[in-house]
Design a protein around this ligand. Structure first.
Ligand code: E9O
Length: 603
């Protein structure tokens, strides 16, 4: 089944279910009560004493004044009612789609289970045509569990300390191997949409350009559902002004044309991120369906020294980000999306990594449009053991991510995880399988894994197309010794390349700074230290770039972000070049100066 983003068209209607839902948590020590007592068949306010309003999309953690809800681990319940137009009856199929919900989700319509999904950051959809009522009010109920275990992606564990002197009976905590808050809730839009009986279910598009970029080729294949064998498919390629560039027909075909307007990364062309529309028209007897897919025409290739777009070598200048903001946590918010892309453009950046999970489709659309190259990462962060059961879930997450993002021009590399314990021997067969599987599903993009172990011990690097590494010279190691940065950076980047003969990129470096802290000479946690540290890295990057194999720098992090409470985190992680509210630190001005001065097209 396809997972195309829902849209309106001549043949489709789209209804949002976003808004204020009803919410309740399960009693901490009776987690299954909602299932046992079939809460989905009743009204939440009749079964739970503590029913509160909860916005969707949003994380629930920071909405209330209640620490129990903020720190809650286990099953929570959401519910809302809605009507659908009577005209939908009979003629249409109706689908219910969640952009994401973290982590385990079960969905009922009018008390009947319609789907369940595992994994916190990818969309899922269910056809609900038969479960809906077209003449009276409908109810959707969602049970959601944020618990992370050794088998979830990412991993976590529930720890029961059995020291009864210090902890009450049954006391447990959730631990995990990453520093961002495991925000929970219905994080992305919830849509109801219709299609005709026969409909366009999925589209796969790949593009290439001739060596001189004079010809562009688009290959597509379209999947319809419910179609008879006489169904016809027509495609029109429209430019940004809506003018027809070329047309074709059939479920699998190609469109070749001269002088394509190419999708270029930001700064490499005066018109970055150009998008065509592939208009798809299905005709099956007297049923018609229309779907429009935005596509960028570009080529993508790589070798042992770099990544090439439209046959030009690219240099990544960007950052790791988070989906994170005050109050709403990881909930999708267009104000924040547009603000962040304004900041990305203001900085002169051309790329980011979706650390450490797939970002909302609403964000990815802006990357496509703005010519921002994305390293698209799945939530395989900090894995520390590598069994067959975990691998199964890892591959499933990879499959769902590629399914969702395969057509996006902005996605120029898949990242199969971040900072695993890849020195362990089991990491070798594990990551070789994840890489092979990824390449099988998408041979058109390079694959990386973001590494933090040493080049001398790492077992996963041999399988990757690009070596990405994270390092915190003079922050986590040799704290305060800025004078060591250049030597350590040069040695390490060269060693990675000499050992594995692959392009190398630095995907994390940085220092925490508290806005308003200053000192000269600089000391850690001041804004002055953050910029002094960056300047040392920049000198190293400039030397490395001239050596040919070093293909990018991504500072950690775009903005300060929320973390669990801890003695090394000062009300969150403060390695942002922007504060959490997006006000610039001096580091942002310095980075802007650098990114604007780098010539991105190396030829
Ligand atoms: C992953 C990222 O999500 N990398 C971490 C970032 C951080 O700021 C985190 O936010 O902590 C850095 C990992 C560095 C590991 C070095 C540990 C050395 C301890 C002495």
């Amino acid at each position: 089944q396809g997972i195309l983003y829902p849209q309106q068209s001549e043949s489709r209607e789209l209804f949002s279910l976003d808004g204020v839902w009803t919410f309740a948590i399960s009693p901490k020590f009776d987690q299954d009560i909602g299932f046992k007592n079939q809460w989905y068949r009743k009204e939440l306010k009749k079964v739970s004493k503590y029913v509160i309003p909860m916005p969707v999309p949003s994380s629930y953690n920071d909405i209330t004044q209640n620490a129990t809800i903020r720190d809650y681990v286990g099953w929570v319940w959401y519910e809302r009612t809605f009507f659908v137009p009577a005209r939908w009856r009979g003629e249409q199929r109706v689908f219910l789609r969640f952009g994401s919900a973290n982590y385990e989700t079960v969905v009922w319509i009018n008390g009947v289970k319609v789907t369940n999904h595992s994994g916190g950051y990818l969309p899922f959809v269910a056809e609900v045509t038969k479960q809906l009522s077209y003449g009276s009010e409908n109810k959707v109920t969602v049970a959601l569990n944020n618990t992370l275990t050794p088998l979830t992606i990412p991993q976590g564990r529930i720890v029961f300390p059995n020291n009864t002197d210090r902890y009450p009976p049954g006391y447990f905590i959730q631990e995990y191997n990453f520093d961002f808050t495991n925000y929970a809730g219905i994080h992305r839009p919830v849509y109801l949409y219709t299609t005709p009986r026969s409909y366009i279910d999925d589209v796969t598009v790949t593009t290439e350009t001739s060596e001189d970029n004079y010809f562009g080729t688009i290959r597509y294949s379209i999947l319809c559902q419910g179609c008879s064998k006489d169904a016809m498919l027509y495609t029109d390629l429209l430019d940004e002004d809506g003018a027809n560039v070329a047309s074709n027909f059939g479920p699998k075909n190609k469109i070749s044309f001269k002088r394509p307007k190419l999708w270029w990364p930001n700064l490499m062309h005066e018109r970055p991120g150009y998008l065509y529309t592939l208009k798809i028209h299905l005709k099956d007897g007297d049923v018609e369906d229309f779907y429009r897919l935005k596509i960028g025409v570009r080529s993508l290739s790589w070798n042992s020294s770099g990544i090439f777009i439209n046959h030009q070598k690219v240099y990544f200048q960007g950052f790791g980000k988070h989906e994170d903001f005050l109050i709403k946590g990881r909930g999708v918010d267009y104000s924040l999306i547009v603000k962040d892309f304004n900041l990305i453009n203001w900085l002169g950046a051309n790329s980011f990594r979706t650390s450490h999970y797939p970002y909302a489709e609403e964000i990815m659309d802006f990357a496509d449009k703005n010519g921002i190259m994305v390293i698209d990462e799945i939530p395989g962060v900090g894995l520390d053991h590598f069994g067959a059961d975990l691998l199964k879930n890892h591959l499933e997450a990879m499959k769902e991510l590629i399914h969702r993002d395969k057509n996006r021009p902005s996605v120029v590399m898949w990242s199969i995880g971040n900072e695993p314990q890849s020195q362990k021997p089991e990491a070798a067969p594990y990551y070789s399988q994840v890489v092979n599987f990824t390449k099988l599903l998408d041979p058109t993009r390079p694959v990386t894994l973001v590494l933090s172990r040493g080049y001398f011990e790492d077992k996963a690097a041999p399988f990757l197309d690009v070596i990405c590494f994270n390092r915190y010279y003079s922050w986590y190691s040799d704290t305060g010794h800025l004078e060591l940065i250049q030597q350590q950076l040069l040695n390490e980047a060269r060693n990675w390349h000499n050992k594995f003969r692959k392009p190398v990129m630095m995907t994390e470096y940085g220092a925490g700074s508290i806005a308003g802290f200053h000192s000269d000479p600089p000391v850690v946690w001041t804004e002055d230290y953050q910029t002094a540290l960056m300047k040392e890295y920049f000198k190293g990057f400039d030397i490395l770039r001239k050596e040919g194999f070093f293909i990018g720098e991504m500072i950690w992090n775009f903005a300060d972000f929320g973390t669990p409470q801890g003695s090394t985190r000062v009300f969150g992680n403060h390695k942002g070049i922007f504060a959490r509210d997006r006000s610039p630190k001096p580091a942002a001005h310095l980075l802007k100066q650098r990114y604007e001065s780098i010539v991105t097209a190396l030829k």
